[in-house]
Ligand binder design. Structure first.
Ligand SMILES: [Zn+2]
Length: 315
């Protein structure tokens, strides 16, 4: 019963293991039996409790779709909690909420941004999902994303929710990059694998940005490094819609480097995460003056691994 966590052999990921205390990063996280307990309806919405979350919905979800969502959500929380860095700090009042909306009107009323399929609303400590992205309609062409990508979207937003009290003061590239890092480790249906992150990052970016070509189009590091949460939203708004994922992809590469790029980087990250949250100043993990050098080091790291990073001129 429950969620199986297999510990990682110390030799496989020495960088993470050296910083781990009693809690090494699991190699794989496999979902157990889904937990889904129906609650009384509230405001005309169906309500369920999973192991960690409340899901409420005005969409008629099929039992299997709902069970799968519960498994993806709970295993995402397990994966964030299992990470050796202190990332897991969900909202403290009650069960964190995942709200599914049938209509984009109620989705935007709750704080969803028009044109997005799902998002984390920090001020409400809530994840919103537009129902059409969860329901597998027989007319698959209506969905713009493959089911795997839909689930990765849910994983990304739930990581934000699981880090609700951790996010304060962190640079937004790190917040987005960590969420995308877990989405990258997600192999579908709540199964996570952290054993070969380089390969998973490569496949993740190739699938989304450049299926037929090793060239990966990205926004420059210098654009992202100084951004806080509101600055990130303004930056995305100014990017053409089909280039927005490039900002997430670049954040993923920066976060991956912070996690796997040597002891100094991971120590700096751990120090930032462990600093008191109440009066946390904005954390600087990459000096904006080092943006060009950081970008060059990423180019050198990924080229022999099959990704040729290509940067736009930036803003
Ligand atoms: Zn995000």
């Amino acid at each position: 019963m429950g969620i199986t966590v297999r510990p990682l052999l110390p030799l496989l990921l020495p960088l993470l293991v050296t910083c781990a205390t009693a809690n090494p990063l699991p190699l794989e996280i496999v979902p157990g039996k889904a937990v889904l307990v129906a609650q009384p309806d509230a405001d005309g919405r169906k309500v369920w409790h999973t192991r960690y979350f409340q899901i409420d919905s005005d969409v008629a979800l099929r039992p299997n779709d709902l069970l799968r969502l519960a498994q993806v959500a709970d295993t995402t929380a397990t994966a964030v909690k299992a990470h050796p860095l202190p990332l897991f700090a969900p909202p403290e009042d009650g069960r964190p909420r995942i709200a599914i909306h049938a209509r984009s009107s109620t989705y935007t009323e709750e704080g969803g941004v028009h044109g997005t399929a799902g998002m984390y609303v920090a001020r409400k400590a809530l994840v919103l999902v537009l129902g059409e992205y969860l329901v597998r309609s027989p007319d698959a062409a209506r969905s713009r994303l493959a089911p795997r990508n839909d689930e990765d979207l849910v994983v990304h937003e739930i990581v934000h929710l699981c880090m609700h009290r951790t996010n304060a003061g962190l640079p937004q590239w790190l917040v987005e990059g960590l969420a995308e890092y877990f989405a990258c480790a997600h192999a579908g249906a709540g199964r996570f694998s952290f054993g070969n992150m380089d390969q998973q990052v490569r496949e993740h970016l190739r699938t989304r940005l450049s299926p037929d070509d090793p060239g990966i189009p990205l926004v420059p590091a210098a654009d992202l490094i100084p951004l806080d949460g509101p600055g990130w939203l303004r930056y995305l708004k100014d990017l053409p819609t089909d280039e927005r994922y490039q900002a997430y992809a670049m954040s993923l590469l920066l976060a991956h480097q912070q996690l796997h790029g040597g002891k100094a980087r991971i120590d700096a990250l751990r120090g930032a995460l462990e600093s008191p949250r109440s009066n946390r100043r904005p954390v600087v993990l990459i000096d904006p003056a080092a943006a060009a050098a950081t970008q060059e080091s990423l180019v050198r790291y990924w080229r022999p691994k099959g990704l040729s990073l290509e940067f736009s001129k930036g803003r």
